[in-house]
Design a protein around this ligand. Structure first.
Ligand code: IPE
Ligand code: IPE
Ligand code: MG
Length: 238
């Protein structure tokens, strides 16, 4: 069975998980961090080299201010508490999203996490924070426009491959499998460029309930998919 080498996860449903238990949404986000810890371990055990997790979208700033600060606080707690263990396990941490829109204390923390783990290669954990694909693509286009104005790049040099090198995910292979928990079937501005040929699996459970067996089930579903990339299936060639 073919295994994905890059899994990306839209960790959705924390608020509804909490509501179903009569708890505040913040409790759902805290439980979501536990699920993230478990999942990073489980993905590593599955031998999958790349994991990208959508933690905070560029649109999530429109939530109530108290929830936004809970989410920013949880990111800090996750990095502070888990970084040593991630590093020990050979996990390289990388962050995608618009850094400029984040306060300097968070930015510094993210940069420290990336610097500390830069030489690790057991697994790469990419955290999408203040991330939105449209913003990412627009920032890439702006960089290219500035280079073109300085005559550092010409229009004829812009291809899908060269363009991709200006995205936050430069050098990262496209996700093979995107899992969204929570029951909704949409991408919510996640990896729109990179997901061109990703297989999508929608898990009905809320993110805090996502387990290793849900992960294995998604990987198995991926293994049964016929990825054609626009070609005809191998057994259809006559
Ligand atoms: C996902 O859970 C976490 C973030 C978006 C940061 P939600 O907070 O979106 O939970 P629901 O979708 O409202 O249940
Ligand atoms: C997507 O979930 C963003 C994250 C999981 C970080 P949302 O809850 O923000 O998405 P919508 O609003 O349901 O599309
Ligand atoms: Mg949601």
């Amino acid at each position: 069975m073919t295994k994905p080498s890059h899994i990306a996860i839209i960790m959705d449903g924390n608020g509804r998980w909490a509501k179903a238990r009569g708890l505040p949404r913040a409790a759902g986000h805290r439980a979501g961090v536990e699920a993230l810890r478990r999942t990073v371990r489980a993905v590593g055990e599955q031998g999958v080299a790349w994991l990208t997790c959508y933690a905070f979208s560029s649109e999530n700033w429109s939530r109530p201010q108290s929830e936004v600060s809970d989410l920013l606080g949880l990111l800090k707690i996750f990095i502070r508490r888990d970084l040593a263990e991630l590093h020990q396990n050979g996990v390289r941490v990388r962050v995608i999203g618009d850094r400029k829109g984040l306060k300097s204390d968070i930015r510094t923390l993210l940069e420290e996490a990336e610097a500390l783990t830069a030489d690790n290669d057991a697994m790469i954990l990419i955290i999408a924070f203040n991330y939105g694909s449209r913003d990412e693509i627009a920032r890439a286009a702006a960089k290219i426009a500035r280079m073109a104005a300085n005559q550092e790049i010409s229009a004829s040099q812009i291809t899908p491959e060269t363009f991709a090198a200006f995205l936050d995910t430069a050098g990262v292979p496209d996700p093979d499998l995107i899992i969204r928990t929570g029951g909704d079937q949409r991408l919510s501005n996640f990896l729109l460029w990179q997901a061109a040929y990703a297989e999508l699996v929608f898990a009905p459970c809320f993110w805090p309930d996502f387990t290793e067996s849900d992960l294995v089930a998604a990987i198995e579903e991926f293994g049964g998919r016929d990825r054609r990339f626009g070609k005809v299936a191998a057994d259809a060639v006559s």
